[in-house]
Structure formats: C-alpha cells, structure tokens
Design a protein around this ligand. Structure first.
Ligand code: ATP
Ligand code: MG
Length: 227
C-alpha cells in the first residue's frame, strides 16, 4: 500500500496542553488537521503539562521510571480524547497498541491515540504507526521550531539545523535524555525506528499553523528534516 497518501503526525502534548488545554488553539489545530485529506491520517498526541506534573510529583516520591511512564501515558490518552472531540471524530476507544490503531486506521481512515507502553514516548508510537502502515514521513509538531545543536530553551546561542541524518539526530537527542518525561525534541528510540525503515522526520513548530500547512503540503517550511 506504499502508493497511497498516508500522513502520521506526532502532536506534542506541549502544544495542546501547555498548562491547561489551550481551547482556542486546539480549535484552530483541529480545523487545520481536518483540511488535510490523505488516504490515511494517524495522529499521536503527547502528554504535555499534565504528564510532567504527575511525573515530577512521582519522581519526588521516589517512584520508578516504569510507573512514571504509565502515569504519563494516561495523560497522553486524555489529550487524545480531547483532540478527538475537537475534531468531531467518531472514535470512542483510544487504541492501546499499534495493532489496534492500525485496525481503526484501516476501517476509519483516521485514528487518534496517545502512548502505548512504558519505555518510549509518543514520538516512537508515531514512528511505529508509520512503519506499520507504510507511511513515508512522520511530522512532529512541537514546542520548538526545529532541532538545534543544544537545547534552545537553555542555550540562547544554539544553532538550528535544516537537515540532519539519523545518527546525528540520535546523538543530539540522547544528550537530553533524563528518563520518564524527558525534554527531548524526539526520543532516541523513535530515531532508531525511523532509521531502520528510512522514514523521513519533519520537525517544526506546532503553533505556527501556516508553516505546518506548508510542511504537510510538501512546500518549503521552517523546521528540521531528518533522513
Ligand atoms: N537539541 C535540541 N533541539 C531542540 N529542542 C531540544 C533540544 N534539546 C532539548 N530540546 C527540548 O525538547 C523539548 C521538545 O518539546 P517537549 O518535549 O517539551 O514538547 P513536545 O514533545 O511537543 O510535547 P510532549 O513531550 O508533551 O508530547 C523542548 O522543551 C526543547 O527545549
Ligand atoms: Mg516531547
């Protein structure tokens, strides 16, 4: 099914829930996503602030990374259900495996989900979904406008890359790995999955919807391409 137009998007939880659900933004995001009419559309939503709130609290209580990830995954599913409502999609279950997601995708042409199991983030879920359905590209809408040589929220002199290969991206990602709910532009596992299946990754600001539209339509956009 390689010839079909398939889009898989990793929607950062940071853009739908930076503290509280950003209702105005979620409505605009939903309209933009509904304008895309691929043959198949997979949307994977991250945990955002609520995931961080619970993981941070649990870390202070001495929790283990596995349990913290489980709590984070619950937050991703709440965010996914919220996006389903905003988009007016008739989907009442949040798939808990890539297999379930794939089945919904085949019958509905669209699926919205959150995380699956501890050990990786929703970026990996999106990349696995792309791998399983034969999508060539994963679009990552996040809170930064691209991948930098170091964390741009920490270093003001950080430089952004237009392009990176998988290994370079992997090395940069690994530098900001701190366990459950790390602040990484994408988790390192997702980059290994992308590398093994030659899936192109486009990372750009999720709040600039005009730029996002350009990326989805294959036009020039501000961001980083990994491939
Ligand atoms: N080299 C880097 N380039 C770009 N961003 C980086 C880099 N290193 C670390 N980061 C951090 O990666 C984070 C990516 O966004 P973040 O994980 O907060 O949101 P998200 O992935 O959109 O949301 P969520 O993880 O809740 O789904 C930013 O906070 C950014 O500071
Ligand atoms: Mg993230």
């Amino acid at each position: 099914m390689k010839s079909m137009n398939k889009i898989v998007i990793s929607v950062g939880g940071s853009i739908v829930n930076p503290g509280n659900p950003d209702i105005t933004f979620i409505k605009s995001l939903s309209s933009m996503l509904k304008e895309l009419r691929p043959d198949m559309l997979g949307i994977v939503v991250g945990g955002g602030r609520p995931a961080r709130t619970y993981v941070d609290a649990m870390r202070e209580m001495g929790s283990d990374n596995y349990s913290m990830d489980l709590a984070g995954i619950m937050a991703t599913r709440m965010n996914a259900m919220m996006l389903i409502s905003a988009m007016g999609i008739d989907q009442k279950t949040i798939p808990e495996t890539i297999g379930e997601a794939h089945d919904i995708l085949l019958s509905n042409k669209i699926v919205v989900m959150g995380g699956t199991v501890p050990g990786h983030t929703t970026d990996t879920v999106a990349t696995l979904l792309a791998e399983s359905c034969g999508a060539e590209t994963v679009y990552n809408m996040t809170s930064v406008d691209g991948v930098y040589d170091s964390d741009p929220k920490i270093s003001k002199s950080a430089k952004m890359f237009d392009k990176l290969d998988y290994r370079e991206a992997f090395e940069i990602s690994l530098k900001s790995y701190t366990g459950a709910a790390s602040n990484q532009f994408m988790d390192s596992v997702s980059l290994l999955i992308a590398m093994r299946s030659k899936i192109k990754i486009c990372i750009f600001s999720g709040t600039d919807l005009q730029n996002a539209r350009s990326a989805f339509n294959g036009k020039k956009f501000k961001g980083t391409v990994i491939g």
